[in-house]
Design a protein around this ligand. Structure first.
Ligand code: ZN
Ligand code: ZN
Length: 281
């Protein structure tokens, strides 16, 4: 098992420690590669995202750490870039012109009005109470309508491109499955995910196995029921902990590798000397 993590947060966004603290933990756990991926700047400020004004410092600081630790661990600079709509997403020149080693694309927000301001955003990744209220207020109490919007945004993100890794691809089920009318097994839901996975395969992107909620909620994103299809379509995967605390750098990894093995995966795709490479496990 190659020890790596390409999805992490630090004080530049909503992570709880300095980038260097994460590197130190990764080193102590024997990691070979580690990527910084703060939440991207948005057209509005949030408690989670990096401010646009901090971006130059982020690039400079992570470059400094790369150099400082170059003999001990491979460090990479990335962003977890939000898809908001067809005007603000990973494919726009602002993100494409940034000197990043790779890009993660994620959907956290569903806009409910045209103007891209925080009050017009439904967060799919926050507390359940907020999610439940948003379903009531903006989607007529029908969680299926929000789920449909989530996968429409996700599909459009893939169509527009500009990313390497699809972040926590079905995170909508974290809060969604607690709402009446949601089902992980029914066709209406499974078909959304299957279509999404087929599109990801067609575009040749990688899917992360996100372990952020493995210990707390026994969730992987994607849900394990979709591992077989991902394998069947030969989509490259890697295991990422999406850590916000240094001691969670390695959280959930063993369980994720066990699931991958059970579903017939034999390798993960890893960034080695700057090249994505299949590494058998
Ligand atoms: Zn995320
Ligand atoms: Zn993240």
């Amino acid at each position: 098992m190659y020890l790596s993590n390409y999805h992490s947060h630090s004080l530049f966004c909503d992570g709880r420690s300095t980038p260097e603290d994460f590197v130190k933990f990764a080193l102590s756990a024997g990691f070979k590669s580690f990527g910084f991926s703060s939440h991207s700047p948005l057209p509005f400020e949030t408690n989670w995202n990096m401010s646009a004004a901090d971006l130059p410092v982020y690039l400079e600081h992570t470059a400094y750490l790369k150099e400082k630790y170059k003999d001990r661990i491979e460090l990479y600079t990335s962003l977890e870039i939000d898809y908001l709509d067809n005007t603000y997403n990973p494919s726009i020149p602002y993100f494409q012109e940034m000197p990043l080693d790779y890009r993660i694309g994620s959907v956290h927000f569903i806009p409910v009005a045209e103007e891209l301001i925080e009050v017009n955003m439904v967060s799919i990744d926050g507390p359940f109470e907020d999610f439940e209220r948003a379903v009531k207020v903006h989607f007529g109490g029908d969680v299926k309508r929000l789920v449909k919007r989530y996968y429409e945004s996700s599909m459009d993100m893939i169509e527009r491109g500009g990313i390497d890794i699809v972040g926590h691809m079905d995170k909508i089920y974290m809060n969604g499955h607690r709402c009446d009318g949601f089902s992980l097994e029914e066709d209406w839901y499974v078909n959304h995910v299957k279509n999404y996975i087929h599109l990801i395969a067609e575009k040749g992107l990688m899917i992360e196995i996100n372990t952020k909620n493995v210990t707390r909620k026994q969730h992987t994103y994607p849900h394990k029921q979709f591992f077989s299809l991902i394998r069947e379509l030969d989509i490259p995967v890697m295991v990422n902990s999406d850590c916000h605390f240094p001691n969670l750098v390695n959280d959930g990894r063993e369980e994720a590798f066990r699931l991958l093995k059970d579903h017939g995966f034999t390798s993960t795709r890893e960034l080695i000397n700057g090249n994505w490479t299949d590494v058998p496990f």
